[in-house]
Design a protein around this ligand. Structure first.
Ligand code: QAP
Ligand code: CO
Length: 173
């Protein structure tokens, strides 16, 4: 198992568009295991392959409340596609492992239906709401090179970028 470094904004790799995967191979399964380990170590609840520098359409997730003793429930999404989204929207306070210590409210469709391949390469269809829906949509944005701060108002985005830049400067000293 390997824990990868997580790329941080403004790394231009995060802006790449990820390519579909041909097949779920043992190599891909190993990458998904490593992504999950990287995510748990961070800790986070969702990670897209591009966040460790792999521009492929693969996401791992676990939204169970591990801190409060809930069992692990890893989820794997290969080549995910949203095939239905509700008219109704919901606002949720999001964060991102690639945008550390910035949290803000993002509005997205409330309920989605997503089609994807699972860890075994089997096609699955999932209806998602609440945190699961938010997390899938947030991670699928990464596949298009989009970060949640891109969905904030211009002013809030600018404030977030300034905060990030300041943090990075301090690290350089
Ligand atoms: C995406 O985010 C997400 O800033 C996953 O310092 C977030 O795992 C989907 C994290 C909210 C839905 C709702 C962020 C950890 C983790 C940070 C994460 C940080 C440490 C973010
Ligand atoms: Co993210």
């Amino acid at each position: 198992m390997t824990i990868y470094p997580i790329l941080k904004e403004p790394d231009p790799i995060l802006r790449q568009i990820s390519k579909p995967v041909d097949a779920v191979t043992p190599e891909l399964q190993k990458l998904m295991d490593d992504m999950l380990e990287t995510m748990y170590a961070a800790p986070g609840i969702g990670l897209a392959a591009i966040q460790i520098g792999e521009p492929i359409r693969v996401i791992v997730m676990d939204i169970s409340d591990l801190e409060n003793g809930e069992a692990k429930n890893p989820l794997y999404f290969v080549n995910p596609e949203i095939i239905e989204r509700s008219e109704a929207v919901k606002t949720y306070k999001e964060g991102c492992l690639s945008v550390p210590e910035i949290y803000d409210y993002v509005e997205r469709p409330d309920v989605i239906t997503v089609k994807f391949l699972d860890y075994h390469g089997q096609e699955q269809i999932l209806h998602a709401e609440d945190l699961l829906s938010v997390c899938i949509q947030h991670e699928m944005d990464h596949l298009e090179g989009v970060l949640f701060i891109d969905r904030l108002s211009k002013l809030k985005r600018k404030l977030a970028m300034t905060k990030l830049r300041k943090k990075n400067k301090i690290k350089l000293v």
